[in-house]
Write a protein that binds this ligand. Structure first.
Ligand code: SF4
Ligand code: SF4
Length: 471
């Protein structure tokens, strides 16, 4: 089966229960953001800029668990910020799993191996030795790590254990060069790959989470799927990037450029995703076939952002993961108070101009599952996709030239820094969009992993391109 039976059955049961009760609006996936602090500063990340936060500003564990209970979504995507920085992430995952929900841990991958080593220490006994030897041979842990693991871990805290109810959801936006460029740090792609390899050896379920931007080459996305399929990754989330209206205006005003020069419009998204259904046959793409048809431009859907609510330190964020018109103290209050009919694109007409180019999964994927724009045969399509055979790993993907960046001496940082430090770039203020910080940091300004706010990254890339042309 494409997805584990218990998981598909749980989600299907949730939909059927609410359909029978005629619940008008209900949650399918909770996007839980316990904190907005991150150890990276991806140029395309709006989340770390929208919320002024520090490590002090985080949801309490009780709030996290109560939020999942309140909206009762069968799936909880723990994101941020970087959720593995959250001091009680283990208790949070453990608590949500105990509520009987499916958990996705959306991570940039940098702390995954540390968390898995904690797990190994917590279960250490002599029978683990062959696994440790294998991990050392594969250079995924060191001899020193083994010594620490052998000491065990008995602090009474839970660890993040492999479970059929949990996925690591690793943020990867391309192969090495592209991904490291987008996250603005060399070596991140390599760390993600090593973490994924270790996770698979230990029996975790792993998915990748990719946002497609205007510059994203479709060919590279396919190669990325091929590569990760060869590592036996269990699935892929993919969504088009989203551009805030304010960022478009800023482009026009400050740079005198037309938005379509930078941003993924609906027409561009459809062109990029025209082969998504073929990808869905070759790879385990998460998301309904109806949503895939929507992305490929074969049908329209109505936004159902209320089905993937976001809960963060300020409350329930409305109307969606991407746009903030308010925060509410409870999910039910948000459902009641928000004028949902003001948002989304209906029959090709944007009800809110900020929604004009949005086709993101958090607005439209649930529409496919909930039958919001039902067409004859949709239920069968969804059923066949979910319960059909899982695509086999594509082992030829090992031949993909995945390490095409810093691993072969082609790091992007020198190139980007040279570009933005040139007199021409300085005139355009490029330095301000390329401030790189190394450690978990406080965020002062407006998505998170995969949120798709591309304004700053687009600006950086366009300036690098402009600089190249000028040379
Ligand atoms: S269309 Fe997109 S931006 Fe608009 S409310 Fe829906 S998810 Fe949010
Ligand atoms: S996109 Fe994810 S990894 Fe990157 S800065 Fe934002 S929260 Fe951190």
């Amino acid at each position: 089966m494409r997805f584990p039976l218990a998981l598909s059955a749980k989600i299907a049961g949730h939909i059927v229960k609410h359909k029978l009760k005629r619940t008008p609006k209900f949650a399918m996936v909770l996007q839980l953001e316990p904190l907005h602090t991150c150890n990276l500063t991806c140029t395309g990340c709006g989340r770390i800029r929208e919320y002024s936060t520090s490590l002090k500003d985080m949801m309490s564990l009780e709030d996290c668990l109560a939020s999942a209970q309140e909206c009762d979504a069968p799936m909880v995507s723990i994101c941020g910020g970087e959720p593995l920085i959250y001091p009680k992430i283990e208790e949070c995952i453990d608590g949500i799993l105990k509520q009987g929900r499916i958990v996705y841990v959306c991570t940039n991958g940098m702390f995954m191996r540390k968390k898995m080593k904690d797990y190994l220490a917590s279960i250490y006994n002599a029978e683990l030795e062959p696994t440790l030897t294998k991990l050392v041979e594969e250079k995924l842990i060191s001899e020193k790590d083994v010594e620490t693991i052998r000491k065990g871990k008995n602090d009474g805290r839970p660890t993040i254990r492999p479970s059929k109810w949990m996925y690591w959801n690793v943020h990867v936006d391309g192969l090495e060069y592209t991904h490291d460029l987008i996250v603005e740090r060399e070596g991140v792609f390599k760390e993600c790959v090593e973490a994924i390899k270790m996770a698979k050896i230990l029996g975790y379920q792993v998915a990748t989470n990719t946002t497609v931007y205007k510059e994203t080459e479709v060919k590279e996305i396919e190669q990325m799927f091929e590569f990760f399929s060869s590592l036996e990754v269990d699935g892929h989330t993919i969504s088009p990037g989203y551009d805030y209206d304010a960022a478009k205006k800023d482009m026009v005003k400050r740079l005198g450029k037309q938005p379509e020069d930078f941003f993924l419009t609906r027409a561009m998204t459809r062109a990029k995703f025209k082969d998504i259904q073929k990808w869905g046959e070759r790879f385990t793409i998460f998301g309904t076939p109806v949503y895939q048809e929507f992305l490929a431009g074969k049908r329209e859907l109505t936004c159902t952002a209320w089905a993937i609510p976001t809960r963060n330190i300020r409350g329930w964020k409305a109307p969606c993961y991407l746009m903030t018109d308010g925060h509410y103290p409870s999910y039910q209050e948000m459902l009641r108070e928000v004028k949902w009919e003001k948002y989304g694109v209906h029959d090709g007409v944007a009800r809110d101009h900020r929604c004009e180019n949005c086709m993101v999964h958090c607005g439209y994927d649930p529409s496919g599952a909930l039958g919001t724009n039902y067409q004859r045969g949709d239920n069968w399509k969804n059923f066949r996709y979910n319960f059909g055979a899982k695509p086999k790993p594509y082992y030829e993907g090992r031949n993909v030239n995945a390490f095409n960046g810093v691993s072969i001496g082609k790091g992007h940082l020198a190139e980007a820094k040279a570009a933005i430090n040139s007199p021409r770039a300085a005139m355009n203020g490029a330095q301000s969009v390329f401030q790189r910080r190394e450690e978990p940091h406080d965020h002062k300004e407006g998505g998170s992993c995969g949120s798709g706010d591309t304004a700053q990254r687009d600006e950086l890339l366009s300036k690098i391109a402009a600089n190249k042309k000028a040379e």
